[in-house]
Ligand binder design. Structure first.
Ligand code: IMO
Ligand code: MG
Length: 407
């Protein structure tokens, strides 16, 4: 059984925590897209781990993880992350494999990424990790894949600085190389958890282009990124927060107003620890955008939603969520492609009463306050997708399961 977990907003939805939680029942975990632009935080008791490339399942002592075909891998970042894991007592050796078709990020691409974004009239605000450059080299058919490291002619075509960079990593990378399609075939009766990065609204095709990342962060990307076909995906889960965040530039119709709502803005940012794991940038915060969430459900065939950060709203008297956009005097509920329309969109808000109680210690859905349940019920009705899991804190234990995705 193949279960896909994607971000259903603009990234940073809490995918790391959820993948770590679901990995308990998975045989293997595959990260299928993106690169070191991702930042997945996992909290286990007193320990906190920030992962960028390695799939979140690595923290379980015996699980095997794969870095998929759809990923772009910076060897320097990868081995730094693996060294960090080892230092924290995570024995990863023999458990981390990389698709032979995954592309490699070179330091030159990182520099180019930063330069090009700075030169843009309207910068995207990339993470500067060379992601866009590597994916464009790939589409331009000039990229370097893991499998190419043993291709003498190809290596000779590279600049000397690239060869010098790759040399100390080549042997280690090759020792982790697998044919992912063949692996997936062997794993066909197992529980495979497919971990997405970024989010539906940062997907190159269905996101808020050009303010997107360059990989396939959509659920279809899980098939491509793991070397299998779309019919092999059994369930798609979409993770979203009780509110919205976005890092970098681009439209965000429900962003709080930094002046008139400065208190709410600061409250959500600080309580939700909304600072980037990869770049440390403060995240933009706003109301839950149900127009965007429903669009994400539709573009990704989301079977079940996973709500995180619900506890951030614990102390508010009243909460609001966006149920439509007002654009040029018209109410719109289908997510527009036009960036200009999105920039003009004003959120139409619906009020919900707050629950004014801590949800942190709720162990089952029955224990959740009725006002919080009313918020969840509305989200389910609006999106026509059930909320299967609710997260009420950072720890693995602070997770309420309503429907087990493996069953
Ligand atoms: P996780 O997996 C949030 C954003 C960047 C920028 C845009 C393009 O942690 O949810 P890029 O470097 O990818 O070319 O930048 O995408 N971005 C993310 N935002 N979470 C992420 O990943 C992101 N990965 C990229 O901030 O706006
Ligand atoms: Mg992140």
């Amino acid at each position: 059984m193949n279960v896909v977990v994607i971000g259903a907003q603009w990234g940073d939805e809490g995918k790391g925590k959820i993948v770590d939680f679901l990995a308990n029942d998975a045989d293997v975990i595959i990260r299928y897209s993106g690169g070191a632009n991702a930042g997945h935080t996992i909290v286990i008791g007193d320990n906190q781990y920030a992962l960028h490339l390695v799939p979140s399942g690595i923290l379980y002592p015996n699980k095997t993880v794969y870095l998929g075909t759809g990923m772009v891998i910076d060897p320097e970042a990868l081995f730094k992350e693996l060294a960090m894991l080892k230092e924290k007592g995570i024995d990863w050796e023999g458990r981390v494999f990389i698709s032979d078709r995954a592309h490699i990020v070179l330091p030159r691409y990182r520099e180019l990424d930063k330069q090009r974004d700075a030169q843009r009239k309207k910068p995207i605000g990339t993470t500067g990790r060379g992601i866009g450059i590597t994916y464009s080299m790939k589409s331009d058919r000039d990229g370097i894949r893991l499998a190419d490291l043993t291709w003498k002619d190809k290596m000779e075509e590279l600049e000397q600085e690239d060869r010098d960079f790759l040399a100390p990593y080549t042997e280690r990378l090759l020792s982790m190389k697998v044919n992912l399609t063949a692996e997936m075939y062997k794993l066909r009766s197992k529980h495979v958890l497919m971990e997405g990065a970024q989010g539906a609204m940062l997907d190159l095709d269905s996101g808020t282009y050009p303010y997107v990342s360059s990989g396939m962060s959509c659920s279809s990307g899980a098939a491509v990124g793991a070397g299998i076909g779309p019919r092999a995906l059994d369930r798609v889960l979409g993770v979203f927060k009780a509110y919205s965040t976005r890092v970098g530039n681009g439209p965000m119709p429900t962003e709080f107003d930094e002046e008139s709502q400065s208190e709410l803005y600061k409250f959500v940012r600080d309580t939700g620890r909304e600072y980037g794991v990869t770049t440390g940038r403060p995240r933009r915060c706003g109301y839950l955008d149900l127009v965007a969430l429903r669009y994400a459900c539709q573009t990704n065939s989301i079977d079940g939603l996973i709500l995180t950060h619900l506890d951030i709203y614990d102390s508010l008297d009243e909460i609001e969520a966006c149920v439509a956009y007002e654009i040029d005097g018209k109410e719109v509920t289908d997510f527009p492609a036009s960036i200009e329309e999105l920039n003009r969109a004003k959120p139409v808000l619906r009020k919900f009463s707050g629950w004014k109680t801590s949800l942190k210690n709720c162990k089952s859905y029955d224990e959740i306050h009725p006002a919080a349940k009313a918020y969840i019920d509305f989200i389910e009705k609006y999106t026509e997708v059930a909320v299967d899991i609710v997260s009420v804190g950072y720890d693995r234990k602070e997770t309420i399961i309503r429907r087990n995705p493996w069953k």
